[in-house]
Design a protein around this ligand. Structure first.
Ligand SMILES: Nc1ncnc2c1ncn2[C@@H]1O[C@H](COP(=O)(O)OP(=O)(O)OP(=O)(O)O)[C@@H](O)[C@H]1O
Ligand SMILES: [Mg+2]
Length: 265
């Protein structure tokens, strides 16, 4: 295949990806394209395959069939470490932060800033603290101090630290699995604003959400999975909340009645 020289290729693609867990088919022939700097919303009912697709894209699961293409090249990932190395980061639903450790240590967890001393790496806490603070400033994340333990933060602050961690090392793609699900309204806004800041910094983002407000506030495009397959997708400008809610329920076409059935959030 010859790439066009005029338009940038997608930064990340899933091509015909299927994922089987024994007899369960979680994904069947799914395609996804993410353009550089784009914010893509992924929606779908519980069990539609959203988290599984993201885990395939971030190297946690190998696809049973199909391939993952990053910057035009097929990649084979053995673990999230491989995806992280090339600039794909995932913020998991359960965040995976260490509650009893300070913010700055969480941001650098597993990849501490090291200063060689007599040939031996030595953790440079001062540099780490300063870099963490600068990074939080860049993302306009306000905390009292980077020395605060994560368990003492609010849900929204914790989510922000998880996103800061995911973007601290030149991520090109950040995948977020329901980043606002557990948050109060005020904190939801902050997380969505953070996604705007990432977009300004040319980071491409995939966000899974069940909340139409999130999708229509933060995303450029939205795609719907239904029972493990591609169902529909559109630019945000060319669709509506009701239409997307219809897709989640597996219907296309006239969905005006859905606005009254309690599904609208
Ligand atoms: N590790 C696993 N082993 C077996 N089945 C799995 C595994 N992970 C996911 N599944 C199954 O794959 C299907 C898709 O699950 P997935 O978690 O991707 O859905 P989802 O769209 O993220 O749903 P939700 O909105 O509830 O988070 C489900 O039927 C689920 O039970
Ligand atoms: Mg999920």
């Amino acid at each position: 295949m010859h790439a066009s020289t005029t338009s940038a290729p997608p930064i990340l693609q899933a091509r015909d990806v299927s994922k089987f867990f024994g007899a369960i088919t979680a994904l069947r022939g799914v395609n996804l394209q993410l353009m550089p700097g784009e914010v893509l919303g992924v929606v779908g009912d519980n069990g539609a395959g959203k988290s599984t697709l993201m885990k395939v894209l971030s190297g946690l699961f190998a696809p049973s069939e199909g391939e993952i293409v990053f910057e035009g090249r097929t990649i084979q990932m053995q673990s999230p470490r491989d995806s992280r190395r090339i600039g794909i980061e995932m913020v998991y639903q359960d965040l995976a932060l260490a509650g009893n450790m300070p913010i700055h240590e969480n941001i650098f967890l597993g990849r501490e800033v090291q200063k060689p001393l007599l040939g031996l790496p030595l953790l440079n806490k001062k540099a780490q603290r300063e870099m963490a603070q600068e990074h939080l400033n860049r993302l306009k994340i306000h905390v009292k101090s980077v020395d605060q333990n994560v368990e003492d933060l609010s849900g929204g602050q914790r989510q922000a630290v998880a996103i800061a961690r995911a973007t601290a090392f030149d991520a090109k793609v950040v995948i977020m699995d329901e980043p606002t699900a557990a948050l109060a309204i005020k904190e939801v806004g902050k997380v969505l604003d953070l996604i705007h800041i990432l977009k300004e910094q040319k980071v491409a983002v995939i966000i899974i959400s069940h909340r139409m407000d999130d999708i229509f506030y933060a995303c450029d495009r939205v795609m719907a999975l239904y029972q493990g397959t591609n169902f529909a997708e559109s630019s945000i400008a060319n669709t509506s909340r009701n239409e997307v809610i219809g897709w989640i329920m597996g219907t296309k076409g006239n969905t005006t009645a859905l606005a009254h059935d309690g599904m609208v959030q």
